[in-house]
Design a protein around this ligand. Structure first.
Ligand code: MG
Length: 178
């Protein structure tokens, strides 16, 4: 039986700040670990899908990002919360790649790896590209008012299936309505 997922954006959804010189500057947004634990317990797997264009820009390496992500996963795991991945687009917006949100490639990769039924799944993020990626894979799309949200709310409002103050609010909504 294919699994249900809540695909999570990283910068601005799970962690702050959104612009860093090194990934080690990121800290979890309050409530994000608790939100993932709630989703896990309701049966959702939580793949992280993220754009890290600072890799292509040379600000930090792909390996530095992966090393930091492993530490973040451990921090979540210590509190019984599991995030999987990461599924990373390392490219600038100007690069003609097929992995940058709102393109669906990274979501399909995660879905294949974890046997996920996207039509019964969710995408959560703080930008219009997260919401549109969710629509592309046939999932429900939830917008969080953290991170870059202020720049995207007007455009995103009518496209999202749900808008929550933060990932904790979105997780509660998914568990109740999903
Ligand atoms: Mg984001």
């Amino acid at each position: 039986m294919p699994r249900r997922a809540v695909f999570l954006d990283l910068n601005g959804t799970l962690v702050m700040p959104v612009q860093v010189q090194s990934p080690t500057e990121h800290q979890p947004i309050p409530g994000s670990i608790e939100a993932v634990r709630l989703l896990n317990r309701a049966g959702f797997i939580c793949p992280v899908v993220t754009i890290q264009s600072r890799i292509e820009k040379g600000l930090f390496s792909a390996q530095a990002f992966l090393d930091w992500f492993t530490l973040l996963q451990a921090q979540f795991q210590e509190q019984d919360a599991e995030i999987v991945g990461p599924y990373v687009c390392p490219h600038r917006r100007s690069t003609a790649c097929t992995c940058r949100k709102p393109q669906p490639d990274l979501y399909w990769q995660a879905a294949a790896a974890w046997e996920i039924d996207c039509a019964r799944s969710y995408v959560v993020g703080d930008t219009i590209d997260d919401i549109r990626a969710g629509k592309q894979i046939g999932a429900k799309a939830c917008f969080v008012r953290t991170g870059w949200a202020n720049f995207h709310l007007a455009e995103t409002g009518h496209e999202a299936d749900y808008i929550g103050d933060d990932i904790r609010a979105v997780a509660a909504w998914i568990v109740q309505n999903g």
